[in-house]
Design a protein around this ligand. Structure first.
Ligand code: NAP
Length: 246
């Protein structure tokens, strides 16, 4: 099937790499006009690959004026906003809670949690103007199970899951759907930067016995973003090869 997002306007954050880049490629292939947001600079490569319907934007999701500005750009450029995937995230350094540096905590929470809040804060009013929309937040299996030495990351993802449910409840009657994806270990820049034994431990605990592909996350993001998911809101779906099953 193609054209599953025909006529839709989408924003994807963290679009320079990994899951965000896969979402942009998939969304554009399915007909969406897409704003690809990242701080890394790699959003330009993603947009080049995705074709004429993609506009790259350099922005930091933790900075309110930058988020407000890329939401405005979507509306100015394409006339409306139907979809936002709040996907940008950082892992932060590994460290036990008592040893964790306050500035590392603040940065991880700012990008992973405040960034999702800001994305929703500025996108929702635009969605309400057109009678609804779809928000897809990237949480993590770290919202469900303990990953020692990742205190800020885990707290941020627990927060994303909680905020997803809360916002879904607030706007359900106005047809703004809000759902979260909980990836397991996926082969991206983030996991490639992890200590080898840490990543191997996660793969060993994955019942399907392998690391996931960014496209396997983009497939669910596409479904949740599209009208095929028109009666689905407030959900959290693990895409983790069975990691959290036992
Ligand atoms: P990735 O390949 O590192 O992609 C994340 C992208 O977000 C990078 O291009 C990064 O740029 C960008 N970014 C970081 N901070 C940003 C900011 N403040 N504003 C805008 N963009 C920013 O990692 P990924 O695995 O695809 O991560 C996507 C999401 O999945 C994240 O929310 C992550 O927490 C979540 N997740 C990942 C896994 C996994 O196994 N990979 C598992 C569960 C959840 P820089 O490279 O410059 O930092």
């Amino acid at each position: 099937m193609t054209g599953r997002l025909e006529g839709k306007v989408a924003i994807v954050t963290g679009a320079g790499s990994g899951m965000g880049a896969a979402m942009v490629r998939r969304f554009c292939a399915e007909g969406a006009r897409t704003i690809a947001v990242d701080v890394s600079g790699a959003q330009d490569d993603t947009a080049r690959d995705a074709g004429a319907n993609c506009v790259p934007v350099h922005a930091d999701v933790s900075v309110a004026v930058e988020v407000e500005s890329f939401v405005r750009l979507a509306v100015d450029r394409f006339g409306k906003l139907d979809i936002i995937c709040n996907n940008a995230g950082i892992q932060g350094p590994l460290g036990l809670t008592a040893d964790y540096a306050e500035e590392d905590w603040d940065r991880v929470i700012a990008v992973n949690l405040k960034g999702v809040f800001l994305g929703m804060k500025y996108a929702i009013p635009e969605m309400l103007k057109i009678g609804g929309g779809s928000i897809v937040n990237t949480s993590s299996m770290a919202a469900l199970v303990a990953f020692p030495t990742l205190p800020a990351y885990s707290a941020s993802k627990g927060g994303v899951s909680c905020l997803t449910r809360l916002t879904a409840a607030e706007y359900a009657s106005q047809n703004v759907r809000v759902n979260a994806i909980l990836p397991g270990a996926i082969d991206t820049g983030m996991t490639r930067g992890m200590p080898k034994e840490y990543l191997q431990g996660a793969i060993d605990a994955t019942l399907m016995g392998r690391i996931g592909r960014p496209e396997e996350i983009a497939n669910l993001a596409l479904f949740l973003a599209s009208d095929e998911a028109s009666f689905i809101t407030g959900t959290e779906t693990q895409v983790d090869g069975g990691y959290t099953l036992v």
